[in-house]
Design a protein around this ligand. Structure first.
Ligand code: SF4
Length: 415
């Protein structure tokens, strides 16, 4: 199946589209990367700093918790601080239980946010639930903001689940497993809430849906059904992906299947960071998923072989690592200077077996000497051998070749 830049497949109907701040979402727009802060939002300085870091890492939308009057009061200040840093990243407010009150009591917060997230399972209790949901939708209509109706496995509206159980029990031969009933209840909660929001006046174009669970097969099944049953823009992500490689693999497995089917308009990778690790890891993983699928291009790609018994020393791993770090650092300035430089492909290969071939396919490639090979490294630019490097300055010389290649081959933006 061929992937398309926007993530939509031919014949697959486009979802509704809207703008979240300045970012187009849904329809034919590219799949948007988003992330979420873990600071106390009432601490405007720390939250603005983390939003800025996430945005610099490539997060196109950033969600912040808005849980107290102090947090709501800090939102306009966070927006101001980001604007002062020339960082227009739209902010999404994450509300549970008291969102209707916080938004009503703090109009500056309601205005500063570019989108509101409402969880129908946590919008209020008992009879208050409908009124509080309506109040939030009214505010979204008044301030012309899009809303994500985000249902979660862990906070599913108990009344919807009870209704689904009753319906199953009333069948002549109750045949649905608990897991099937849960899935049906998640879908019903999301779709019925979206329908209610439209009845209250929120245009369908400004509704984004999510139905998050933590098991990959369940997520895939739920989103396939959601995509078949509605045209709302869809936010994809596991509710808790987990830590380390488990979280990365689970997110990639789930999101790759759906994105390849053209399902999903915005993604978040909900990794649990290692203590002290930067929050931006979730943004890097989201970008890598989209770039690997050929849906977006964010950064130059380093193609490196895994190494094997033919790799002579640590030179190969060290060079691959240095090239990767060099490109990451240089991209900060290159992105401002050169149009399209994010498409650059660099190969660092360990020996003659696949080295010259893979290097020729990259724009710039180097094939290091493997065991028993002459201690020299041919360099290829656009498939043509242009240099042979050897000696202790090999790495510096290769980085210079990459720099010169970029300057020669990418148009300067100011021109
Ligand atoms: S290119 Fe050479 S060193 Fe790299 S994995 Fe293949 S055989 Fe091993």
């Amino acid at each position: 199946m061929t992937a398309h830049f926007c993530g939509k497949l031919p014949g697959q109907p486009d979802t509704h589209s809207c703008r979240v701040g300045g970012v187009p979402l849904g329809g034919k727009s590219p799949v948007v990367v988003q992330s979420m802060t873990n600071t106390d939002t009432a601490d405007a300085e720390a939250t603005a700093r983390q939003c800025f870091e996430l945005s610099q890492a490539g997060s196109e939308l950033v969600r912040i918790t808005v849980n107290t009057p102090e947090a709501a009061a800090a939102v306009p200040e966070i927006r101001r601080r980001l604007d002062d840093l020339d960082c227009p990243v739209p902010l999404i407010g994450d509300f549970h239980y008291n969102g209707h009150r916080l938004l009503a009591d703090c109009p500056d917060c309601a205005i500063a946010l570019a989108k509101y997230r409402i969880n129908p399972g946590n919008v209020g209790f008992g009879q208050k639930k409908d009124a509080q949901f309506s109040a939030m939708i009214d505010l979204a209509c008044r301030y012309e903001k899009p809303v994500r109706i985000g249902v979660n496995w862990g906070s599913l509206d108990p009344s919807v689940l009870a209704r689904m159980m009753d319906e199953n029990n009333r069948r002549h031969a109750p045949d649905r497993s608990l897991s099937e009933i849960m899935r049906a209840a998640l879908l019903a909660s999301a779709l019925e809430s979206a329908e209610r929001a439209e009845e209250l006046g929120l245009p369908g174009e400004r509704i984004i849906l999510s139905c998050k669970v933590s098991a990959v097969p369940d997520l895939i099944a739920i989103y396939r059904e959601l995509a078949a049953r509605c045209r709302y823009a869809l936010h994809l992500g596991l509710t808790e992906a987990g830590m380390g490689s488990r979280g990365v693999v689970a997110s990639t497995a789930a999101l790759a299947v759906l994105l390849e089917e053209g399902i999903g308009d915005t993604i978040r990778v909900s990794l649990t960071p290692e203590p002290g690790a930067p929050r931006k890891k979730e943004v890097e993983v989201a970008q890598d998923i989209l770039q690997s699928l050929g849906l977006r291009v964010f950064a130059p790609q380093v193609i490196a072989c895994p190494g094997c018994g033919r790799t002579t020393s640590s030179l190969f791993q060290e060079l691959a690592q240095r090239v990767q770090a060099f490109l990451q650092t240089k991209m900060v300035e290159w992105q401002k200077q050169y149009a399209g430089v994010e498409h650059l492909r660099v190969a660092v290969m360990g020996c003659v077996v696949n080295g010259p071939g893979e290097s020729r396919h990259a724009q710039v490639g180097i094939s290091l000497p493997g065991a028993g090979e002459a201690p020299s490294a041919p360099v290829y630019e656009d498939g043509v051998k242009t240099a042979t490097l050897k000696g202790e300055h090999l790495a510096d010389e290769f980085l210079d070749i990459i720099t010169r290649y970029v300057a020669r081959n990418y148009a300067r933006k100011e021109e």
